[in-house]
Design a protein around this ligand. Structure first.
Ligand code: DC
Length: 239
């Protein structure tokens, strides 16, 4: 078996379903580039918060955000652990992970102009393949022809517990109830928005990792990758 053929790997799922952790590990193991598409929506949200185009508990100013899109430049800087997000050249990796950004990101990710701009950027990143991208619409909208698609889920309670541990480990002052409420409210907005709502692609493989350790989910994903590459070589032996 040869694993030389580069493919696109789409990993979608609910917030805090562990998809970024497993996507990042897979990319590292197989030498692919990892892209966290949620970080891009978070960076736009941070820009909107800083400029007063949105605030916690109020609807975003869609016109102002749409008009600002040409001034928002998002890049990634590769780090030993994955990637850091740059907003107009500033490293905002920590700031985009705060509950303040999490509380405002879903309504901003529902704005069609924001999605179109970010989807264009995401497709450009995939032109030479060899990427693992995680998000909500990667297998359905961004790369409907991705060779490997995974859809991750876990109970809201389990996902909130994971997020709570991550946030408090970084010193955030939050309660588990606040985090659970945020997880459930984002699920609802992500699933019911008009523009590319969160849903499983018909050809995605489902994974409920509620009861899996990180090592188990990494092994599961690696095995799916190996099977995918094997089947591509069987179908196209010349590749
Ligand atoms: O994966 P995350 O929690 O960092 O994503 C942040 C938000 O961005 C999430 O509420 C939904 C949105 N998102 C999206 O709509 N489409 C994507 N491809 C990635 C994230």
């Amino acid at each position: 078996m040869s694993s030389e053929k580069k493919i696109i790997i789409a990993i979608d799922g609910y917030s805090s379903s562990g998809k970024s952790t497993m996507a990042r590990a897979l990319a590292r193991n197989i030498g692919y580039r990892y892209i966290d598409s949620g970080a891009m929506y978070r960076a736009v949200t941070l820009y909107a918060l800083r400029n007063g185009y949105v605030s916690e508990g109020t609807a975003p100013d869609i016109q102002a955000i749409t008009a600002a899109l040409p001034s928002i430049h998002i890049d990634f800087q590769v780090t030993p652990d994955g990637q850091d997000t740059l907003l107009n050249g500033e490293n905002v990796e920590s700031e985009i992970r705060t509950l303040r950004v999490s509380s405002c990101v879903s309504p901003i990710a529902a704005i069609p102009a924001v999605r179109h701009a970010l989807v264009d950027m995401q497709r450009a990143m995939g032109t030479s393949k060899g990427i693992v991208m995680d998000g909500r619409d990667i297998g359905t909208v961004v790369f409907p022809d991705a060779e490997m698609k995974v859809f991750c889920d876990a109970s809201a309670q389990k996902r909130a517990e994971r997020r709570y541990r991550e946030l408090t480990a970084k010193g955030a002052q939050v309660t588990l109830d606040e985090v659970l409420e945020n997880v459930m409210s984002r699920d609802h907005i992500d699933e019911t928005r008009d523009e590319s709502p969160l849903r499983k692609a018909s050809d995605a493989v489902s994974l409920d990792n509620s009861k899996m350790s990180i090592a188990e989910q990494d092994a599961w994903l690696m095995s799916l990758y190996n099977r995918t590459i094997d089947s591509l070589h069987t179908i196209h032996p010349e590749r």
